[in-house]
Design a protein around this ligand. Structure first.
Ligand SMILES: [Zn+2]
Length: 306
């Protein structure tokens, strides 16, 4: 945290940790965020939420001041030719209690419209503006940072540094310190799911995706513990899942077979626990790409009052 003083604050912040947002259209926006790009924006929101006390809630878009979400996110033609400015956030605020300043709803986050500067898909599933060393993800991180109350940083590795390139593609410690100065630390995840797995490796390790009640909670991730050697490893997933019941799905996604039993990649689920309680009948052997389903009953686990 040596550089934790490198963050800077704009002044206003949101008065509560719950902040509403929308994919916006109309007004200054030239286009709504297309479905191909919405996941990237949601990842940027989730990233800020994961390191701070902020809780983002998506709501319907509205430009009506009485109904507008706190933060409205859309594409705008920012004409970056002369300025290289590919993101912009505008806000207004009011004086709150004790000299504090609070944002007013309808903070507008504008990201450069790919209709003007195309976004090119990169190998990692993200998008980079053509002709720039800047991704849509980091641009969204930067502008959402402004919409939370962070000003430009002097730390060149911070996403809040005014120039966005390979050295500040994600939040760094100073960005996180700034977000926590405004909204506190993230609430601890109350529920813990532990899945014990092993594999038969052949020309690579077995990979899985874990889904709880239809929501992906982990993966793709590789299992490296050898089933034949009697090894196993635990994969821990934490979140606010609730007491259940739940359905866990473990999908084996990269089966390979060379024609013999010793040239075969397989995935094994040995067992699982939910909030410390063993889940019965929770083993499976996956020989081909397939999904094993496990029913997690309602468990009486220690409650937390927060
Ligand atoms: Zn900025």
């Amino acid at each position: 945290m040596a550089n934790s003083s490198a963050y800077a604050l704009e002044g206003p912040k949101w008065p509560t940790q719950t902040v509403t947002w929308s994919f916006a259209a109309g007004d200054q926006f030239s286009n709504a965020i297309g479905t191909a790009y919405q996941g990237t924006i949601e990842q940027a929101l989730a990233r800020w939420a994961s390191v701070s006390g902020v809780n983002f809630v998506q709501v319907a878009d509205s430009s009506d001041p009485s109904q507008a979400p706190d933060i409205r996110i859309g594409f705008s033609t920012l004409n970056p030719g002369p300025t290289s400015e590919i993101g912009d956030t505008t806000f207004s605020y009011t004086a709150g209690a004790g000299g504090s300043q609070s944002f007013l709803p309808s903070v507008l986050v504008s990201l450069e419209d790919p209709a003007q500067d195309p976004l090119l898909a990169d190998s990692g599933g993200g998008f980079t503006y053509q002709g720039y060393a800047t991704t849509l993800y980091q641009t969204a991180l930067h502008e959402i940072g402004h919409a939370l109350g962070l000003a430009h940083s002097t730390d060149p590795n911070a996403v809040m540094f005014p120039t966005l390139g390979p050295s500040n593609s994600d939040l760094d410690a100073t960005d996180i310190a700034g977000a926590q100065a405004l909204y506190g630390a993230p609430a601890p995840a109350p529920d813990t799911l532990v899945v014990t797995m092993a594999e038969d490796a052949w020309q690579g390790d077995a990979q899985f995706i874990a889904t709880l009640d239809g929501n992906v909670i982990g993966g793709p991730q590789a299992v490296t513990a050898s089933h034949s050697a009697g090894d196993a490893q635990n994969f821990t997933f934490q979140g606010n899942f609730g007491p259940g019941p739940h359905e866990l799905a473990i999908s084996f996604i990269n089966d390979a077979w060379g024609g013999t039993s010793s040239t075969d990649r397989n995935l094994y689920v040995n067992g699982l626990t939910y909030d410390g309680a063993n889940v019965p009948a929770s083993s499976a052997s996956l020989w081909t790409n397939s999904t094993a389903y496990f029913q997690i009953p309602v468990t009486a686990h220690a409650g937390t009052a927060v």
